[in-house]
Design a binder for this molecule. Structure first.
Ligand code: AKG
Length: 283
């Protein structure tokens, strides 16, 4: 019996490749997480950047809690079973009146994972809608195989390589996924999706959490992951510990090692050594 998703929703995910919106916390709780992020940014004097946007759940206990949020993990369990890893997480922050965008892509392109049973929970920490660059998806495209992508390293593209699919997307097929703070969308790793810039007067903040069942392997190098539910009987990924204190030195060192290793996987064959930082993030 499923925990959060109805059989109809599970079937819809299988046929359309996404589900949205699903409430996973109150708006007040989402505001509190945004507050924690912005407190940190005020202390450092700059928007969260570089490696800190990736696998941030290994640095900040409030994000370690978020990747283990019962409602989120229950929904993922309804789709992929009881033994689950959080493979990675990434902040997608679009600053106010900023050209940052996300080109049409499939997540699976450079991740190196052995099977396409991978789902992203994209959790809204601000409203995300048509006026501030919400995510758009092309329903049903997750049933296609891997589509070739070209790397653009576009100045304002938020993706690692600025990768975009090498086939035309019919904008008439696109569906916008509006979310309120505290809601999430779920999308399949092969679903074609993207998002336009944020011309509004406030930031648009999403935290994308990538989950896999424990049987999945990394085919492109050494990798690690966080067990969030059940048991890992496969041990394909080095287990990651849970931070108890913000930016504890041993976790900062571990996070650096892990994100550098992940960058080697994501940028393999290009000579790039660390996460690309588009001008849109540098401000
Ligand atoms: O935040 C966005 O607009 C796009 C996010 C995305 O591409 C992803 O989560 O895979």
């Amino acid at each position: 019996m499923s925990k959060v998703l109805s059989p109809v929703e599970i079937e819809r995910f299988r046929s359309e490749g996404y589900l949205s919106p699903i409430q996973v916390m109150s708006e007040t709780e989402a505001d509190a997480i945004r507050g924690r992020l912005q407190e940190f940014e005020s202390r450092t004097g700059v928007p969260l950047r570089g490696d800190l946007r990736h696998k941030s759940h290994l640095l900040f206990p409030w994000l370690a809690d978020l990747v283990r949020n019962t409602k989120i993990v229950d929904a993922v369990e309804d789709l992929y079973g009881p033994d689950l890893l959080c493979w990675t997480s990434t902040f997608f922050i679009k600053e106010a009146r900023n050209p940052a965008f996300v080109s049409w892509h499939q997540d699976s392109t450079y991740w190196g994972l052995s099977e396409p049973d991978v789902v992203t929970a994209w959790v809204a920490l601000t409203p995300s809608n048509r006026s501030n660059g919400a995510m758009l998806v092309i329903p049903g495209t997750h049933k296609m195989d891997q589509i070739p992508h070209r790397d653009t390293y576009g100045t304002h593209n938020l993706l690692t390589r600025g990768q975009e699919i090498e086939v035309d997307v019919d904008p008439a097929q696109a569906v916008t996924l509006p979310l309120r703070p505290g809601e999430m969308s779920l999308h399949h790793v092969r679903l074609v999706h993207g998002s336009p810039a944020n011309p509004s007067d406030d930031r648009r903040i999403g935290f994308a959490i990538r989950y896999i069942p424990t049987r999945i392997r990394q085919t492109a190098g050494e990798d690690s992951a966080t067990l969030v539910r059940g048991e890992d009987r496969f041990h394909h990924f080095e287990p990651e510990p849970r931070p108890v204190q913000e930016l504890a030195p041993e976790f900062v060192a571990l996070h650096k090692k892990i994100t550098e290793r992940n960058a080697e996987i994501l940028y393999r064959g290009t000579g790039v050594k660390s996460y690309n930082e588009p001008a849109a993030i540098r401000g």
